[in-house]
Design a protein around this ligand. Structure first.
Ligand code: ADP
Length: 601
């Protein structure tokens, strides 16, 4: 959908407001330096008038006033109005101009990158605080795009905006100087410039539309790269990506096409503008020379001024278009920020100390749907008690709602209906944070940073001592293999832990979870993808933990749940059976029996 004119102006306004709010005093200093730059350039130009007079190209009319004024200014300083003093002053002014220009450049860069950095940090903070369900509904490639490419474009738009202000100030000074030379000719030139800009206005709107299309093409690129990377192993093993470069090429072609499209718009503006300006200048020159009969000195000055003024008009126009082109990216940043903030979890306040689970976790008539109001329930009216200090297992076919149940128990998701309570206290608000600090969670696809084993463990508890790290590794049956590695705790695990075997990765993940000294250990299919030996090692580690903390195991394999004190069977979002292994396995026609038939112990 194309943005309306109101929508465009609204986005532009929000952009300018946020920029001014961020830059604060810096924005005004930059503006002040811009004015100073304009003035030094203007005074530098004015110095040329008496100089031209001295070398015999006399100016006439209004310019005489300036000469008189300059003579007075010079004599009040006790200086003669000679070529030496004028030229020395000229060099001095240019020096001042360049110095100010340098400081302004540095300040501009600080504002430019400071602004995008502040937006990036704010968005990342909102991302960390957003409710899990909102995160689930957000494409990760979209977040990546907004945090990288879109914010780079915002940074570029910021640079263009600051440049625009600078160019506008300098253009204003040029106009003022032109007025001192000839009011009528300046007015004619301004009218011509404004006319050309008005004619080219629709191209600004086009720049926004092209910017939006460019964002769309980049979005395709980001999501394709992210999906392809995720499925790289499968694609490689099946040679699926061979010959599929074409799909990728089409996407990158799209990005290039949009960029070329924008350059077409932008360069067309410049081209039309330059042709229009040259025509106006030629006409203007003709009128000045043949009809008004301006003196040669004034004419040279005016041509000189206009030769500088007209490109600044063109630059203003180009900057406006570049800003317009980047506005859809700014809009994407602002929209994502708004969406995340609207779905923020309650802020973390109060005690950060973990909880002790004394009686247990109770789910009372809990229902949950991923799409509110759809009537499709992932869990429906679930009543379940997880007793403190025992091992509880949840089994069921794929899609039964086991992971959803785990997420509700951790407080990542909150029920649409019913209550989840911990020792009688409803799991909501700020209590959520305290509870989550008390949970050790190990999922099926564990996540490790491309860092050392030690750093990966410390991520869970930064203040742990080396002895505590080894203790956690021991409890997770990982002590031996880590100590056998040449670099021990300093061993780099590789991107996403690729240098470790699946079993080793899971044991590191278990150690990491245990390092937090959790009151609840939650294993969501943590051993499902492991070989028997790895699974056995983890299983032994878990068995050793029994009685020391509350354990919830979501599993497929019998060996994992054999020792569970209580087993819940979940099917289509409902609890259909519960009991111990012994009770359930002898129940004739029971769900558990049919589910576990053929399972290996
Ligand atoms: P299990 O862990 O038993 O395999 P899940 O808890 O993952 O089951 O899923 C339960 C139901 O919720 C399934 O029907 C699944 O399609 C749906 N579901 C899971 N995650 C999402 C999600 N992020 N968005 C929409 N539906 C989901």
């Amino acid at each position: 959908m194309k943005p309306t004119e109101d929508e465009r102006q609204r986005i532009l306004l929000i952009f300018v407001r946020s920029l001014l709010k961020h830059a604060g005093l810096q924005a005004w200093i930059s503006l002040g330096l811009g004015v100073l730059l304009g003035l030094t350039q203007g005074v530098g130009l004015l110095m040329l008038i008496p100089f031209l007079g001295m070398i015999g190209i006399g100016a006439s009319g209004s310019t005489l006033g300036i000469e008189v004024y300059l003579t007075r200014a010079f004599s009040s300083l006790g200086l003669p109005l000679s070529p030496l003093t004028i030229l020395s002053l000229y060099v001095l002014i240019v020096t001042a101009h360049s110095t100010v220009s340098r400081y302004r450049d540095i300040l501009t860069t600080k504002i430019q990158y400071g602004f995008s950095q502040a937006l990036r940090n704010r968005l990342y903070q909102a991302l960390c605080r957003v409710e899990w369900i909102s995160f689930l509904h957000t494409k990760s490639s979209e977040v990546t795009q907004v945090l990288t490419s879109d914010l780079d474009r915002v940074s570029f738009a910021t640079h263009q905006s600051l440049q625009l202000v600078g160019t506008t100030i300098i253009a204003a000074v040029h106009i003022a100087v032109s007025f001192t030379i000839s009011v009528s000719m300046t007015l004619i030139a301004l009218a011509c410039g404004a006319g050309v800009l008005m004619i080219l206005r629709p191209l600004n709107r086009r720049a926004i539309d092209v910017g939006k299309a460019f964002r769309g093409a980049m979005s395709d690129l980001y999501s394709t790269v992210s999906e392809r990377l995720g499925g790289m192993k499968v694609a490689k093993s099946l040679s699926l990506d061979e010959g599929r470069e074409e799909v990728f090429q089409n996407i990158t072609n799209g990005v290039t096409d949009r960029m070329v499209q924008f350059t077409r718009v932008n360069s067309a503006t410049r081209m039309y503008y330059e042709i229009g300006a040259a025509t106006a200048l030629a006409g203007f020159f003709y009128i000045a020379l043949e009809i008004i009969g301006l003196s040669s000195g004034s004419l040279i000055l005016i041509v000189f001024l206009f030769a500088r003024l007209l490109p600044s008009f063109s630059m203003i126009q180009q900057s406006v278009q570049r800003i317009s082109n980047a506005l859809p990216s700014f809009n994407a940043v602002a929209e994502m920020q708004k969406r995340f903030e609207a779905n923020e979890e309650p802020a973390f306040v109060g005690s950060a100390s973990p909880l002790e689970l004394r009686t247990g976790i109770i789910l009372s008539r809990v229902s949950f749907s991923y799409v509110r109001g759809s009537g499709i329930w992932a869990l429906r009216e679930v009543d379940l008690t997880i007793q403190a200090g025992v091992m509880t297992a949840v089994v069921g076919p794929s899609g039964a709602g086991k992971s959803t149940l785990a997420d509700l128990v951790m407080g990542l998701l909150s029920p649409d209906e019913g209550i989840v309570s911990i020792d009688g206290q409803t799991l909501k608000g700020t209590f959520l944070h305290r509870w989550r600090r008390s949970v050790g969670y190990v999922p099926q696809d564990t996540f490790l940073f491309h860092e050392s084993i030690g750093s990966n463990l410390l991520w869970a508890r930064g203040d742990a001592t080396e002895a505590e790290l080894w203790e956690a590794l021991r409890m997770a049956a990982a002590e031996e293999f880590v100590s056998l590695m040449p670099d021990g705790l300093k061993t780099i695990v590789g991107d996403r832990g690729i240098r470790l075997s699946g079993g080793e990765r899971q044991r590191i993940a278990l150690a990491r979870a245990l390092l937090r000294r959790p009151t609840l250990l939650l294993l969501d299919e943590a051993t499902s993808s492991l070989d028997k030996e790895s699974e056995r090692q983890i299983q032994e580690a878990i068995n050793d933990l029994r009685g020391k903390l509350t354990i919830v195991v979501i599993a497929h394999r019998t060996s994992t749940i054999l020792k569970a004190d209580e087993i819940f069977v979940l099917e289509k979002g409902r609890i259909v059976e519960k009991g111990s292994w012994k009770e359930l396995s002898v129940r004739p026609d029971g769900r558990f029996r049919s589910l576990t038939w053929g399972w290996t112990v």
